[in-house]
Design a protein. Structure first.
Length: 406
C-alpha cells in the first residue's frame, strides 16, 4: 500500500507539473518560443569569450541579471576573488617552424626564457613528451616527473585547439603542459619520431581578479521547507555557446515558469562562473551557504552541452535510483530521451561537489560534444534551437514537480 501511495502521489505531482508547465508556455506560439530561444543563444554568443574573469564572462553575468528582472525576480551578483592565469609567450620553436599553444592552467610554467631540448614519445626519455589530450597517459606523465614539459595535441574531431579543464586550478602540479591544435598533429608526429630539437616556452602570470556568480530566489508558499536549488554553469574557455548556452536558456525558462505558478518551497537559482577552473565559482557559492550542498531538498543541475548540435546523446546522473527514475520519467514526458542513467557514481562537473557532500541531485549532460571547449563552439553551428527548446520544456516540468513536493 505504501508503494502504491507513493506512486499515486508522484503521478499526481507529475500531472500538476505538466499542467503548470503547459500554462507557462501557453502564452507563446511555437514561433515565438523558437525566436526567444534563438535570441538568447545569439546574445550569449555575442558576448565573446566566457573565460572566468574575462570581459565576456562579466557581460554574461550582467545579461542574466537583466533577463531575470523581466520576470519580477531580483537577482544578485555575488563576487568572488581568484588568481587569474594570463598566458604570455607560449610556443614551440623548431628550426624552421613555430607552433603556438595555450598552457594548461593547473600546471606549472617554464618562465619567460623557456628551455632547449628534444621532443619525443613518452617512452623515449626526451625532455619533452608528445601525447594526445585525451590519452589517459597524460595524467600519468603529469604525475610521473620524468619530463621537463609535455605537449598535448587536441583530440576533438573538428580542426583547431580545444582546452582541458583545469580541475586542480587551486593546486597546480606537474611539468608545464602546452595545448596545441590538432592541425599540427602530423608535423609534431614527425618531429617526435626523429627526436627533433626545439625551444619550449610555456609561460603565464597569475594576477588578482574577480568574477561573479548570479543568484536569485523564487519564494515559495512555505519557507519552512527545504529549498530546491537549480544550478547552471555559465563560463567556458571560448564562447561556449553549445557547451553552456542551452543550460542557461533552460535556467531562464525554469525561473520564468516558477514565477508563473508560485512553488510550494523556495527555489534558489545559481549560475556560477569558474566551471573550467575546478568549479571555483560553485565552491564560493557553497562556502557562503554552509550545509546547503547536503541540506537542500535536491539540486537540479542543467549540465553542459544541452541542445548542442554535435553530441552523442544525453546522460542522467542522480544521487539515488528513485530520483533518477522520477527525473527520467518526467523528461520522457517532455519528449527528452535519456540514453544512459548513472546513479550513486560521482558525476563530472560541479555536481561532484554536491555528491561529495552527500546531497541529493539530478544532472543531465550532453555526451561527447565534439565542439566543447574549442574555438569552434559558436552560434549557429554549435547548437540546435529546437533541441534547446525541447530541453527547456522538459526541465520546466522536472523543476515544477520537485518544487511542488511537500
Amino acid at each position: 500500500m505504501s508503494q502504491r501511495r507513493d506512486f499515486l502521489r508522484f503521478a499526481g505531482q507529475s500531472a500538476v507539473a505538466l499542467l503548470v508547465g503547459r500554462r507557462a508556455f501557453a502564452q507563446f506560439t511555437e514561433e515565438d518560443l523558437r525566436l526567444r530561444v534563438s535570441l538568447l543563444l545569439q546574445e550569449y554568443d555575442r558576448q565573446g569569450t566566457h573565460r572566468t574573469g574575462d570581459r565576456g564572462d562579466t557581460a554574461s553575468a550582467q545579461w542574466l541579471i537583466t533577463e531575470i528582472r523581466k520576470w519580477r525576480v531580483r537577482g544578485t551578483l555575488e563576487p568572488f576573488s581568484f588568481e587569474r592565469v594570463v598566458p604570455t609567450d607560449n610556443g614551440l620553436q623548431f628550426r624552421n617552424k613555430r607552433i603556438d599553444g595555450v598552457p594548461l592552467f593547473d600546471g606549472t610554467f617554464t618562465g619567460p626564457d623557456g628551455f632547449f631540448g628534444k621532443i619525443g614519445r613518452p617512452e623515449d626519455g626526451t625532455e619533452v613528451a608528445l601525447v594526445r589530450a585525451d590519452d589517459p597517459q597524460l595524467e600519468v606523465l603529469r604525475r610521473g616527473g620524468r619530463h621537463k614539459a609535455l605537449v598535448a595535441v587536441a583530440s576533438q574531431a573538428s580542426p583547431g585547439v580545444s582546452l582541458l579543464d583545469a580541475t586542480s586550478f587551486a593546486t597546480p602540479y606537474g611539468p608545464p603542459v602546452l595545448q596545441v591544435s590538432n592541425e599540427q598533429a602530423a608535423f609534431l608526429d614527425e618531429q617526435a619520431a626523429s627526436q627533433a630539437g626545439l625551444k619550449v616556452v610555456i609561460d603565464a602570470v597569475r594576477e588578482p581578479a574577480e568574477a561573479f556568480n548570479v543568484v536569485a530566489r523564487v519564494p515559495g508558499r512555505d519557507p519552512s521547507l527545504k529549498p530546491l536549488v537549480v544550478h547552471a554553469g555559465r563560463s567556458a574557455w571560448f564562447r561556449g555557446t553549445g557547451e553552456r548556452g542551452g543550460g542557461l536558456v533552460c535556467w531562464i525558462e525554469l525561473l520564468r515558469a516558477l514565477m508563473t505558478g508560485r512553488p510550494l518551497r523556495d527555489v534558489l537559482f545559481a549560475a556560477t562562473a569558474g566551471d573550467e577552473l575546478g568549479h571555483i565559482g560553485l565552491q564560493a557559492f557553497l562556502s557562503a551557504r554552509p550545509g546547503l550542498a547536503k541540506d537542500a531538498q535536491a539540486w537540479l543541475a542543467l549540465g553542459e552541452s544541452l541542445g548542442a548540435s554535435r553530441v552523442d546523446g544525453t546522460v542522467l546522473y542522480a544521487s539515488s535510483a528513485e530520483l533518477a527514475q522520477r527525473a527520467a520519467e518526467i523528461l520522457a514526458g517532455g519528449e527528452v530521451r535519456v540514453e544512459e542513467t548513472i546513479t550513486t557514481q560521482r558525476p563530472p562537473g560541479g555536481m561532484s561537489l554536491v555528491h561529495d557532500a552527500g546531497g541529493a541531485y539530478a544532472v543531465l549532460i550532453g555526451r561527447a560534444n565534439a565542439l566543447a571547449r574549442s574555438s569552434g563552439d559558436r552560434w549557429p553551428q554549435a547548437v540546435d534551437v529546437g533541441d534547446v527548446l525541447q530541453f527547456a520544456r522538459a526541465f520546466v516540468k522536472v523543476g515544477l514537480a520537485r518544487a511542488i513536493e511537500p
